[in-house]
Design a protein around this ligand. Structure first.
Ligand SMILES: [Zn+2]
Length: 191
């Protein structure tokens, strides 16, 4: 265990580490920036799919994206989509509940991610959900936003708010990085 963790932020929760190796993600998916060693803030996003009949949960995508590329992605989204998304988040996010969960277990970010931030549905009741969090080096950074989990219903509603232009942009991003065809891209929302 490292010293001074409390002062410097929590370590990367294991749920945000590589599904294959269990090690932290090291590079930005877009520009290859060494996020783990570097100074840039970065986001890690993961999309999970649960197969109840197989009693299994799989990770559909996971990646780290550095702040520079993240801003570029956001800039590429249409003004209209951005406004719609932030209005939706402001109106629908249950910040109160999130705050309660953080206070319940301040050192356990996975507990904060137990329910959809928007709908309040528990992870166990959903077949698809997405998680994201912000990091700097090997520490969780919560100064911009806390880690979040959003479930299938909220993802669908947010998708419906995106302009065609923005959807095309995201399709390109997903196709380029994951070889994901557009019809599957709906599984990911950049927040
Ligand atoms: Zn980058």
């Amino acid at each position: 265990m490292e010293e001074n963790q409390a002062q410097e932020g929590l370590p990367i929760p294991s749920i945000f580490k590589s599904t294959d190796t269990g090690a932290p993600l090291e590079r930005c998916i877009d520009c290859d920036y060494p996020v783990l060693e570097g100074d840039r803030y970065y986001m890690i996003e993961k999309v999970f799919k649960r197969y109840p009949e197989l009693n299994r949960t799989e990770v559909l995508f996971e990646y780290a994206i550095c702040s520079v590329c993240y801003e570029k992605m956001k800039d590429a989204m249409s003004q209209e989509s951005m406004q719609n998304l932030s209005a939706y988040m402001m109106q629908n996010t249950d910040f109160q509940k999130l705050q309660e969960r953080i206070e319940e277990k301040p050192d356990d970010p996975e507990h904060w991610l137990s329910h959809c931030l928007i709908k309040g549905t528990s992870k166990e009741e959903m077949n698809e959900y997405q998680m994201g969090a912000c990091f700097k080096g090997d520490k969780l950074a919560t100064n911009f936003m806390p880690p979040f989990m959003v479930g299938e219903l909220a993802m669908e509603e947010m998708n419906a708010l995106l302009s065609k232009e923005t959807k095309d942009e995201m399709d390109d991003f997903m196709g380029e990085h994951f070889g994901i065809p557009p019809e599957l891209r709906k599984d990911l929302i950049l927040i």
